[in-house]
Design a protein around this ligand. Structure first.
Ligand SMILES: N=CN[C@@H](CCC(=O)O)C(=O)O
Ligand SMILES: [Zn+2]
Length: 397
């Protein structure tokens, strides 16, 4: 197998253990893994030498929260929101109707287009959820389609109680036949624990059923108001609780004493005009924070991790290193993938060679040049992602 030396790196961010950035480094890729990281002046022999011309190299983004199996468009709802209408959970029903009416081919093509759009912007590991089917067959096919386009699939049958069924009957469906139908395709279960969706006791029932089926737990919590989602996530040892816009002092204490990651979704906060999640205070309290896109047609229609990072720096007051770490290693932690042989979100010898080159000398440019797509090239498991899905700006390398 060919080995490739990546050299002339302006700045290497590894996020391995406690290390963030190092200068004058090079790395070697072999068999899809990082074979060596060290001093650029003393590299080992490799078959191919790739100079990145002083650009920054870092892990690919780990986008740990998205909803990419859907059809339809909600730009009218977005426009109304920008004119003052408040976001409410019921908007999900619009996408459910369009998704149920779509063919498998349409859903898969939309998912792959968004996945490729994300990859072109540096995302190398992607979670996505079901949750726009809300009947057994549409959830099942959503899970199967998701498994063909995403790295991790989460079952979100408990997104909303659909029309025409009581909450009790729907919970029986979600925790029974629907869960059984999706189990071959998913590794996590999620619940929208919020007013207008599922209350704490209903959410607990959903999560416990998922756990009994062998799934990891995730929670959409405290997005639209103070509620019990964060406390429930911590109580049940969920891998992540996502949104976290409205947190009480008790929520901070619970998260700080736990292994549950707080995943913040800056693009969603802006698009719903909710207060930005208190990511600065969470980090100061010792909580592990992840940043993700929450790409979906209702509340956050972007695949840009760079936009989310820039917002986290410029408006949530994270440092550049904190934000980039949260979008790589933090996302990996939220998916239970930050250690072991299959770890993602960091660059370490023996680990997966999922990395990106920025068309900039430093990761600071992600926030310093907000809105500019800076990913110049991406390697996924050691293979350069084809140029068709990679924007290559500036001088070729
Ligand atoms: N909050 C719940 N679910 C999605 C939005 C779904 C929608 O409005 O379509 C979210 O994470 O923001
Ligand atoms: Zn979501």
């Amino acid at each position: 197998m060919t080995s490739e030396l990546i050299t002339d790196i302006g700045e290497l961010s590894t996020f391995a253990d406690h290390e963030n950035r190092r200068a004058k480094a090079a790395l070697v890729i072999e068999n899809g893994r990082i074979a060596w990281i060290g001093d650029a002046e003393h590299p080992p022999v490799a078959d191919v030498r790739t100079s990145v011309g002083g650009r920054a190299v870092l892990p690919g983004w780990v986008d740990s929260h998205s909803h990419l199996v859907f059809a339809g468009d909600r730009s009218a709802e977005f426009e109304a929101r920008m004119a003052g209408t408040k976001y409410a959970a019921g908007g999900i029903a619009t996408t459910v109707n369009a998704t149920r009416a779509a063919t498998d081919a349409q859903l898969e093509s939309n998912l792959r287009a968004l996945r490729d759009e994300a990859r072109a912007q540096g995302t190398t590991f992607l979670e996505t959820k079901t949750g726009y089917g809300l009947d057994v067959e549409t959830e099942r096919r959503s899970a199967e389609i998701a498994s063909r386009g995403a790295d991790v699939v989460t079952f979100l049958g408990a997104h909303l109680v659909p029309e025409g069924i009581s909450a009790r009957d729907y919970l029986d469906l979600v925790t029974g036949p629907m869960l059984a139908a999706v189990t071959p395709w998913v590794s996590f279960i999620d619940v929208f624990c919020e007013r207008g969706a599922f209350d704490v006791e209903q959410s607990r029932e959903v999560l416990l059923a998922g756990r009994a089926a062998g799934l990891g737990l995730r929670v959409h919590g405290n997005q639209l108001g103070h509620g019990g989602g964060v406390a429930l996530a911590v109580e049940l040892g969920a891998a992540s609780v996502d949104h976290c816009n409205y947190l009480s002092p008790a929520d901070f204490d619970a998260l700080a004493g736990s292994d549950t990651v707080a995943t913040v979704l800056p693009a969603c906060d802006l698009s719903t005009r909710e207060p930005l999640a208190p990511a600065r205070a969470l980090l100061d309290a010792g909580v592990t924070v992840a940043i993700a896109t929450n790409c979906n047609p209702g509340t956050s229609y972007t695949t840009s991790m760079q936009f989310c990072i820039a917002t986290a720096v410029l408006q949530m007051h994270l440092t550049v290193e904190e934000a980039v770490r949260a979008a790589t290693r933090g996302g990996a932690r939220a998916l239970g993938r930050d250690s072991g042989a299959d770890a993602v979100g960091s660059l370490r010898v023996g680990g997966r060679a999922d990395l990106q080159v920025l068309d900039a000398p430093s990761i600071s440019h992600i926030a310093y040049r907000p809105g500019v797509p800076l990913t110049a090239a991406t390697w996924l498991l050691g293979q350069r992602v084809p140029p068709a899905v990679t924007r290559v700006a500036g001088a070729a390398f």
